[in-house]
Design a protein around this ligand. Structure first.
Ligand code: FAD
Length: 316
């Protein structure tokens, strides 16, 4: 069976959940080989547990990868594609990794599919297109299939094995090092999970009237991320980084709770692939109710606190 390369996304020395999801998808296509650029503790154990048969730990005598953004990483993957001739390369869908995938596609003269929400064993991918109004299946027909996959597209599968670590020494050409990071400042992080990778999202809209406290409290009781509609963002009630929709972030969590959001097509574009959708709106004719699994007609300022209290009670 051929190898399937999986680019490891990691934050603060920890492998992200979308990477573990990719390993589960990669097992459908062949033998997953994780590609680790950077430091992760117990990488072979962690990644092996979720299906990586091999873990390429990348190093370079003359290049410190933390000094650069995407180009050297694309170069690493290109060299690994050359060496291993994999059945496919799977990459998590983040802003940075999508650019790496695009550069890799150019370097290897291969087809690229971005933002897949599923990948079959024969390499056929599923994408949600045109604001989620169409489901598209597509397959790469040229070169090595390079596929970026959205978070929460599959569940991580614990197989309990240990991967074999294999050092991969690269020389990065100067052409891939023409832009260097000269300084960086960590973003002040909230204790909440990252919006795009969160398993649960609670979002508030114009119906909050500017008071996001009930939305944040419910989110915190569920360990969820907070999102907002554009109306709420435009009103200055919540920062733009949390906007969900056509001109904001796209999320696909296991559970999406919309509170005081009418369900305009541009908002749906960013959330309608969520697995379970719950809405709270005081208008029983709000379009959001057309796509919910569970709808509550009522005032969010009383429904959300009641739900929060119940969640906290059940969690003990
Ligand atoms: P509204 O449509 O005003 O809905 C508010 C809802 O709250 C109503 O259903 C109301 O019944 C309910 N409500 C009011 N009070 C309460 C209460 N106390 N309790 C419970 N329910 C209550 N929008 C996005 O969200 N994301 C985007 O990325 C985006 N991009 C856009 C791009 C373009 C090019 C355009 C033209 C528009 C875009 N929009 C986007 C805007 C979109 O069309 C809608 O205007 C917006 O989503 C509406 O936000 P809302 O649902 O919060 O507000």
């Amino acid at each position: 069976m051929s190898e399937v390369l999986v680019l490891v996304d990691h934050v603060d020395g920890k492998v992200t959940k979308p990477t573990l999801e990719l390993l589960a998808l990669a097992r459908r296509l062949g033998e997953p080989s994780a590609v680790l650029i950077g430091e992760v503790a117990d990488a072979a154990e962690t990644l092996g547990k979720y299906g990586a048969e091999k873990v390429y730990t990348v190093s370079s005598a003359e290049t410190d990868f933390t000094d650069y953004l995407v180009a050297p990483k694309a170069e690493v993957l290109a060299q690994l594609v050359e060496k291993t001739r994999p059945a496919a390369v799977l990459v998590p869908s983040t802003g940075e990794t999508k650019e790496i995938a695009a550069r890799l596609a150019v370097k290897t003269e291969s087809g690229l599919i971005t933002d897949a929400v599923d990948v079959d064993g024969d390499g056929t991918t599923t994408q949600s297109a045109f604001a989620g109004n169409y489901t598209v299946t597509a397959k790469v027909t040229k070169g090595t299939p390079i596929i970026t996959v959205k978070p929460n597209s599959s569940a991580p599968e614990e197989i309990g094995a240990t991967g074999t670590a294999e050092a991969f020494e690269v020389t990065v050409p100067d052409t891939a090092k023409t832009a260097r990071i000269t300084s960086s400042e960590p973003r002040t992080r909230s204790a909440r999970p990252d919006l795009e990778g969160a398993a649960i999202v609670v979002a508030g809209g114009r119906g909050t009237g500017g008071n996001f406290e009930p939305v944040e409290n419910l989110a915190d009781s569920l360990g969820a991320a907070v999102g907002a509609s554009r109306a709420a963002v435009d009103a200055g009630w919540y920062p733009h980084a949390f906007q969900i929709g056509q001109t904001g972030k796209t999320v696909s969590p296991q559970l999406y709770v919309a509170a005081g959001i009418s369900g305009a097509i541009q908002h749906r574009a960013g959330m309608q692939t969520s697995k379970t959708i719950v809405a709270v709106d005081k208008d029983d004719e709000a379009p959001i109710f057309e796509l919910v699994d569970f709808g509550v007609v009522g005032d969010l300022h009383s429904v959300l606190p009641a739900a929060t209290e119940e969640v906290r009670k059940r969690k003990g």
